[in-house]
Design a protein around this ligand. Structure first.
Ligand SMILES: *[C@@H]1O[C@H](CO)[C@@H](O)[C@H](O)[C@H]1NC(C)=O
Ligand SMILES: *[C@@H]1O[C@H](CO)[C@@H](O)[C@H](O)[C@H]1NC(C)=O
Ligand SMILES: *[C@@H]1O[C@H](CO)[C@@H](O)[C@H](O)[C@H]1NC(C)=O
Ligand SMILES: *[C@@H]1O[C@H](CO)[C@@H](O)[C@H](O)[C@H]1NC(C)=O
Ligand SMILES: *[C@@H]1O[C@H](CO)[C@@H](O)[C@H](O)[C@H]1NC(C)=O
Ligand SMILES: *[C@@H]1O[C@H](CO)[C@@H](O)[C@H](O)[C@H]1NC(C)=O
Ligand SMILES: *[C@@H]1O[C@H](CO)[C@@H](O)[C@H](O)[C@H]1NC(C)=O
Length: 419
């Protein structure tokens, strides 16, 4: 871009010096075979001119330039060999090539001569490429039946029927695929080889093909990759799960759900363990343990997930403990009390006693003060009033609550009271 601006500037400067400038908007023009191609040229000069001459030459790599056509004022003199192919309408110096063929690829040179007070002359060169547009690519995948993770390889081939100078790019979920330890490309980039495939290779693949005149993307293809099982886990609709232990209340029927990530989906089987014997109790992802079946307190189960294509399996062990909170407590009551229970009991007893004492005291002080007042002089009465709350330590007994009132102003009070 900047180079273009700079060269345009240079052309302007040199042209300005000679009083003639020839400008082309683009130094490279990409054409489509069979269509017309227009090569725009602008020129300008500042001297009076009697004759304006325009000449077009064509040069292919390392060959002599060929004369195509020329003009003086408004009359065109074509090379008779190419007269039907190249058109110019002087004084407009732009050239029209129609139809464009592969053999027309090369450099086109335009030279403008101005005859006036002396002769001014300037020229420009335009590079022309000729291409066939790309047709929609198609992706072929091998093996089409799919590949097993870490075992199989996969080859994606991008096929294009027509188009020249093709540049291939592979996209996965719309983003370019890069070379990695498992991904490799053919020299042309039209083949993507994945060896071995992994679960991470699953995605929406497409092939993008470009050339100077067009670009097309294939339909999306999703390779089949067999994997798993991964992340086997058991969940239940009820009960408390801690690690591999499910704790449930007695009398409840629980539904267990075993799941693992796998393609194709796993086949599941459930195994129950009693003493040393194990036996398969069910096939399928769900297991219901009905209350009648929950005869034992603790039962060990195994859920086994098997992928019949990858040939791999995984299993998870879990334990079901049947409890009932109420029944357990009752069962423990007869046995020795735990130290915690003893402390709780003693504390409860103390609190209740203190409450009773407080209630009694709340009623009693009036009686005591009344008795005292009846038999005492006034001074003593005042004293009694002053100290009535502190005469007896029992009077102070009670439940005290510390209540913090937030300052109305919202500013915490810090420091000492001034009074
Ligand atoms: C071109 O045009 C100019 C003025 O319009 C005229 O003087 C000159 O003779 C013309 N040249 C030719 C070759 O016709
Ligand atoms: C030259 O002719 C083309 C159409 O044939 C036109 O678009 C273009 O503007 C012309 N250029 C000048 C400088 O008149
Ligand atoms: C022609 O060019 C000469 C020298 O370059 C100059 O002295 C003269 O004034 C020019 N004449 C016109 C008409 O521009
Ligand atoms: C997958 O490719 C690796 C290396 O390219 C090769 O060793 C292996 O045999 C291939 N496996 C299959 C199943 O074609
Ligand atoms: C792949 O394409 C399908 C539909 O063609 C779409 O549902 C899915 O979300 C796409 N996956 C990604 C990862 O883009
Ligand atoms: C359980 O099996 C182990 C070894 O497999 C054996 O030593 C043990 O005696 C068995 N216990 C019972 C109760 O069968
Ligand atoms: C795998 O299991 C599914 C059903 O679970 C069955 O339809 C399929 O045929 C099995 N495939 C093989 C290769 O055994």
């Amino acid at each position: 871009m900047w180079l273009k601006v700079f060269t345009a500037f240079l052309a302007f400067v040199t042209g300005a010096c000679s009083g003639l400038k020839v400008v082309v908007p683009s130094y490279t023009v990409h054409g489509i075979r069979g269509q017309a191609l227009y090569l725009p040229v602008h020129y300008g000069f500042h001297t009076p001119a009697s004759d304006i001459q325009i000449i077009w030459l064509f040069e292919r790599h390392h060959t002599m330039p060929k004369y195509l056509l020329g003009s003086v004022n408004k009359s065109v003199v074509p090379d008779l060999e190419y007269q039907h192919k190249f058109t110019m309408m002087p004084p407009n110096a732009s050239l029209l090539i129609n139809p464009l063929q592969f053999t027309d690829e090369g450099n086109y040179i335009v030279k403008v001569n101005i005859q006036g007070n002396g002769t001014l002359s300037a020229s420009q060169k335009i590079q022309v490429t000729v291409d066939d547009p790309v047709t929609k690519p198609m992706v072929q995948i091998q093996p089409s039946s799919g590949a097993v993770e870490y075992v199989g390889n996969m080859t994606l081939t991008c096929l294009v029927e027509e188009g020249t100078r093709l540049a291939y790019q592979w996209l996965k979920n719309g983003r370019p695929v890069h070379t990695s330890s498992t991904n490799s490309f053919s020299p042309q980039n039209n083949i993507l080889h994945i060896a071995p495939v992994t679960k991470e290779d699953i995605g929406n693949y497409s092939c993008l093909v470009k050339n100077p005149v067009s670009e097309m993307e294939s339909d999306i293809i999703m390779p089949t990759i067999y994997y798993g099982p991964y992340g086997l886990r058991v969940n239940s609709d009820k009960g408390l799960k801690v690690g591999e232990v499910f704790t449930v209340d007695i009398g409840e029927a629980i539904l267990f759900d075993c799941s693992a990530d796998s393609y194709p989906p796993n086949t599941y089987s459930w195994i129950q363990r009693t003493d040393n014997t194990t036996y398969v109790i069910k096939h399928g992802p769900l297991l219901e343990v009905a209350s009648e079946e929950v005869a034992q307190k603790t039962t060990d189960y195994v859920c086994c997930a098997y992928n019949n294509v990858t040939g791999r399996q995984d299993e998870t062990h879990f334990t079901v403990i049947i409890t009932s909170v109420g029944l357990e407590k009752l069962a423990q009551k007869g046995k020795s009390l735990s130290p915690l229970a003893s402390i709780t009991g003693i504390s409860l007893f103390l609190i209740i006693s203190m409450c009773l004492l407080l209630l009694w005291k709340k009623y009693q002080p009036y009686k005591v003060i009344k008795q005292k007042l009846e038999g005492r002089p006034e001074t003593e009465y005042r004293k009694a009033r002053t100290f009535s709350g502190h005469e007896d330590a029992l009077d102070d007994f009670g439940i005290y609550e510390f209540v913090a009132f937030p300052d109305a102003s919202g500013v915490p009070r810090v420091g000492f009271p001034s009074g």
